[in-house]
Ligand binder design. Structure first.
Ligand code: ASP
Length: 327
């Protein structure tokens, strides 16, 4: 459980926060380092407030539409909790089969409908680019909560906030970050690799050979002169890794179930394997896990994946407050 401390980020107001009011959050490509310092500064304050008072009235009277066309546990419930902890309320549509979507309503029409009733829309959708389509249709801010295999920007922000909070804010430059698992279909690693190009890091990609990091993402990383390397096993990179980011093989993206069966158990992180890792490092996972990290590792202090979920609440509180002009 993270504990409160003095904010290591810039104090409120040192960055240009007026820019966030009414903005969509669609891709990590829209952020620079100053933005991150600002977001994490606000998130850090949110953490302090939750620890002190639990719920407060910053967004009293505001309503969030939480529109989920794909399953979600953490993203959906943390956005709901974030809105409620800020005193706002939520219209949650996570069973689109009970909405007019099942009658054939288009995404832009559904978005226009929801923005008539609410102040901000969080959208998860199976198609790449869907959040951008929604944002074009909407006058109110749209937050991308995962667009197919595309991006998951709020996850990448909470991942980076986790790294900052766990390893120290000044320390991201110089870190070796190893992304493990399904790098082809995992949208969280697409966003995280892009976001990390704002820092001087070494990126390692370890995946089954049929699930590599997409060329598009690797080209973007290369264009920022960030060193990156691909491996088919953890052995070589684990001893130097500061952050091991483990992902699930994304079963729902496979057309052929036999292909999934071939790679599903390819990598398993367990206490034995972790003997080769540093003492001061962290293991992260966006969750859900389906066997890639053995529960026997959960009590190891390096296992940061449950703390990571909690950091997500604070980052999402910060983002909601910012796009609604209250931070
Ligand atoms: N929860 C994450 C996502 O929505 C990771 C995953 O599903 O594997 O992308």
């Amino acid at each position: 459980m993270p504990t409160e401390s003095q904010s290591p980020y810039l104090p409120f107001g040192e960055n240009n926060n007026a820019d966030w009011y009414g903005k969509d959050i669609l891709s990590v490509k829209q952020f620079n380092r100053a933005d991150l310092e600002y977001i994490f500064g606000v998130a850090h304050e949110m953490r302090g407030m939750v620890e002190r008072v639990g719920t407060f009235d910053l967004l009293k009277g505001k309503i969030l539409a939480n529109l989920f066309y794909e399953p979600s546990t953490r993203t959906a419930s943390s956005f709901m909790a974030a809105m409620q902890r800020l005193g706002g309320s939520v219209i949650a549509i996570n069973e689109v089969k009970y909405s007019s979507v099942s009658k054939g309503e288009s995404l832009p029409d559904t978005i226009r409908t929801l923005e008539s009733y609410t102040d901000v829309i969080v959208l998860r959708h199976p198609e790449v680019g869907s959040a951008a389509i929604a944002a074009k249709a909407a006058k109110k801010p749209v937050i991308n909560a995962g667009d197919g295999v595309g991006e998951h920007p709020t996850q990448a922000l909470l991942d980076l906030f986790t790294i900052f909070e766990e390893l120290g804010t000044g320390k991201v430059d110089g870190l070796t970050i190893t992304l493990l698992g399904d790098l082809k279909y995992g949208r969280t690693v697409h966003s995280l690799a892009r976001l990390l190009t704002l820092f001087d890091v070494q990126l390692n990609y370890v995946s089954p050979d049929i699930l590599p990091m997409p060329k598009e993402v690797m080209d973007e990383v290369a264009a920022k002169n960030i060193p990156q390397a691909e491996y088919d096993s953890l052995d070589k990179v684990l001893p130097n890794t500061d952050v091991l980011y483990v992902t699930r093989v994304q079963k729902e993206r496979f057309e052929n179930p036999a292909e999934y069966d071939k790679v599903k158990g390819a990598f398993v992180v367990d206490p034995e394997i972790m003997k080769a890792a540093k003492k001061e490092m962290i293991v992260m996972h966006p969750m859900p896990r389906v066997g890639e990290i053995s529960p026997e590792f959960d009590d190891d202090p390096r296992a940061a994946y449950f703390r990571q979920m909690e950091y997500g609440l604070y980052v999402r509180m910060a983002l909601l407050a910012m796009v609604l002009g209250k931070a």
